[in-house]
Ligand binder design. Structure first.
Ligand code: GDP
Length: 691
């Protein structure tokens, strides 16, 4: 018979996980009683351990959903809080502490919380039972307690004592039953006494005749009857201290001694029920009966809920199966696929282009510093035209001056730290491509995975960074001493640098346009530019222009004027140099001193090509090999089930999808279990009763 209750409790627990509506549940036994009525003592007697919070000011503030699981053939006794993930706790005083903490965590302003604490206790000596312990009714609010406490407790209990739950109403024998808060409450919801069990505690505190009369009370007759108990643990045994002996054994011994010393009132012929053992049996029996009785209605409700879930699954999700693992696996596969595609498109030519662009910029800077310099300084110091630019077109190939200048420029280029620069440019580009890939993948809405992928990429790149930049630096070393250039390379350089100069020119012109619009038009800019020019030639004297401005222009405007002068001069120089590069003079390598732009461009190309050869081996191939493996490490089999679940649910759409499937599966599982339970019950019913 007990197998049924066990199975039904199992079903009850699964239904709690479905967590949709409160109608989907099997009945439980709810325990109510006034403070100090002996409620905790009764529960502890049933469990056989002291585990409930105690203390003068301790008010239970949350319901405790207590599942007792009988484990025959095992010696282990332990409790578990399924929502806390603390594992099995075999020290009952630690369970008591946890419950105390959970109670204290409810803020005073809230008084009581209807969020239940779930606790299951497994032991060979507990019956299979599902009990809900509620806060005790209070008569008078203590001076430290919130005023609404009494009301709130009463409302919370009312929620739980509804049908089909069984009510275990605890009253103390030394208080008039008519004043019992538990019986009053139960009478309101169960006026005919169909589903209430009356427990009268502290039978030892009244004389036996009076005790027997209480149990025979006809004021509020109960179909399930009253049971009298003496559930206080005899202090002399010191049980709570050692915790070894079962509390129940000690209580029953004490109880038996009391009841058997009054055989007339409580003996076999007396027609009253007494004793904790009797109470336990009654609870088991009543719970089983009640659960069986509600099996059909619950099963109908589940059936209906299942139909709704199935419909939602079909309409909203097209019956598409999904699990957190499969979602992750598919997302990861898709991501790796897109990465592979990227790897196919990003190779040596792309690296070369990136690096060459970067070096082009450095070449422009070098040219500006060493050949095209026309510094714009403080307006109070007039500037003379530097000779280098004006003399450049007539640079004498035999002149040591121009030799040194080109050598120094080339040397600056080869020694600027190409190893670091190249590795950095490529690594940064890879990282940003990976970010783009994430942005286009399902991972975009998963912060956890985004971070894992970004870190996978950066860890490989960081690992390889120093050795790669050293390698690259090493392999370009020969260029630091000697540059061997062929005509073909010169021609290509000449071709290419024209493009670079044109782009730079466009950039200057663009910046000039922007300046115009910030100062309020072309005319305004022209005026201030004119003034700046005059100042630079020394035609006007400007003093302290930084604070007040000069010539009727504000300091800020003059600053813009200087920027404009710089841009205009730069554009003029570039135009001039473009002409020079295009001219016949620059067609031949012989004239390299006239044409440093071409020469430096060709050198930059050599550097880029050589660097790329090594970057390809040291960085790119390594990355392409390791990245997918690193992804597997970080997002694959190493994740725990909870992490995978957490990952998948980061996407609200996926979360909803998974929840519908889970609800459907749980409901199907429950229905299945209920069906086999009904068959089992059917067989039990057919079996001829013994005797
Ligand atoms: P609760 O507040 O309703 O949970 O009540 P407790 O179980 O904490 O009991 C209140 C007090 O009554 C405690 O001091 C218990 O030792 C005592 N008590 C409980 N049951 C009995 C009993 O059957 N007989 C006697 N004499 N005292 C009891």
């Amino acid at each position: 018979m007990m197998l049924l209750t066990k199975k039904m409790i199992e079903i009850r627990n699964i239904l709690q996980k479905v967590g949709q509506s409160s109608t989907l549940t099997l009945p439980s036994i709810v325990v109510i009683g006034s403070q100090s009525s002996g409620k905790s003592s009764v529960l502890e007697a049933i469990v056989g351990h002291e585990f409930l919070p105690k203390g003068t000011n301790m008010v239970t503030r949350r319901p405790i959903e207590l599942t007792l699981i009988n484990t025959p053939g095992s010696n282990a006794e332990y409790g578990e809080f399924p929502d806390l993930g603390l594992g099995k706790i075999s020290d009952f005083s630690s369970i008591q502490r946890t419950l105390t903490e959970l109670n204290l965590a409810v803020p005073d302003s809230q008084c009581v919380s209807d969020d239940p604490i779930r606790l299951s206790i497994s032991s060979p000596s507990v019956p299979d039972l599902s009990l809900i312990d509620l806060p005790g009714y209070i008569q008078v609010v203590g001076h430290n307690q919130p005023l609404e406490l009494k009301q709130k407790i009463s409302e919370l209990c009312d929620k739980y004592i509804q049908a089909p739950n069984v009510i275990l109403a605890i009253s103390a024998a030394d208080v008039d039953l008519a004043n019992s808060a538990a019986l009053r409450a139960s009478r309101r919801v169960d006026p005919r006494g169909e589903r209430t069990i009356g427990v009268v505690t502290k039978m030892d505190l009244v004389d036996a005749v009076r005790g027997s009369a209480i149990l025979n009370d006809r004021q509020y007759p109960l179909r399930l009857g009253y049971v009298g108990v003496v559930s206080r643990v005899p202090t002399s045994t010191g049980i709570f201290k050692t915790g070894k002996t079962n509390v129940l054994t000690a209580i029953t011994k004490n109880e038996n001694a009391y009841f058997s010393s009054h055989p007339h009132e409580f003996g076999p012929g007396s027609d009253v029920s007494v004793g904790t053992t009797t109470l336990r049996k009654k609870l088991m029996h009543v719970l089983e009966q009640t659960m069986s009785a509600s099996l059909q209605t619950t099963s109908d409700a589940i059936q209906q809920e299942l139909e709704e879930a199935t419909y939602e699954f079909k309409v909203q999700y097209n019956d598409r199966p999904l699990s957190a693992e499969s979602y992750l696996a598919e997302s990861l596969d898709a991501f790796k696929h897109s990465f592979k595609q990227f790897a196919g498109e990003f190779g040596r030519p792309q690296m070369h282009e990136l690096l060459k662009n970067e070096l082009d910029q450095r070449v422009l800077d070098l040219l500006a510093a060493r050949y095209w310099n026309k510094p714009i300084t403080d307006l109070s110091v007039p500037v003379l035209e530097p000779d280098s630019l004006a003399d450049l077109p007539k640079a004498d190939p035999e002149s040591l001056f121009w030799h040194r200048r080109l050598d120094a420029s080339t040397s600056s280029l080869t020694k600027l730290g190409v190893g670091r620069l190249a590795t950095n440019v490529v690594a940064t580009s890879i990282q940003s491509h990976v970010d783009n890939l994430i942005g286009q993948s399902t991972f975009v809405s998963h912060p956890f995975a985004r971070q894992a992928i970004t870190e996978a990429a950066s860890s490989i790149l960081n690992d390889r960074f120093y050795s790669t930049s050293d390698q690259v630096e090493n392999c370009i070393k020969p260029f630091k001493f000697d540059i061997d250039m062929e005509d073909r390379e010169w021609t290509q350089g000449r071709e290419h640098v024209q493009g670079v100069l044109k782009k730079e020119l466009e950039a200057c012109e663009g910046a000039m346009k922007d300046l115009e619009s910030t100062v309020g038009g072309r005319r305004k800019l022209k005026e201030v530019l004119h003034f700046v020019d005059k100042a630079r030639k020394g035609d006007v004297v400007v003093e302290n222009e930084n604070q007040a401005g000069a010539g009727g222009f504000s300091a800020a405007l003059l600053q813009k004027g200087r920027e404009a002068a710089f841009l205009r001069d730069r554009a003029d120089i570039i135009k001039m140099r473009l002409m020079a590069v295009k001219s016949k003079q620059c067609a031949s390598m012989k004239n390299k001193y006239y044409c440093p732009e071409v020469f430096l461009d060709a050198v930059a190309t050599k550097l880029a090509s050589t660097a790329v050869l090594f970057l390809n081996v040291e960085l790119l191939s390594e990355f392409y090999y390791n990245f997918p493996r690193e992804l597997d490490q970080r997002l694959g089999r190493h994740l725990s089930e909870e992490e995978v679940e957490k990952f998948a649910k980061e996407d609200p759409k996926i979360k909803k999808h998974l929840e519908v499937i889970r609800r459907k599966e749980l409901l199907e599982l429950v229905l299945d279990k209920m069906e086999s339970l009904r068959q089992l019950e059917g067989r039990e019913g057919q079996r001829p009763k013994p005797g």
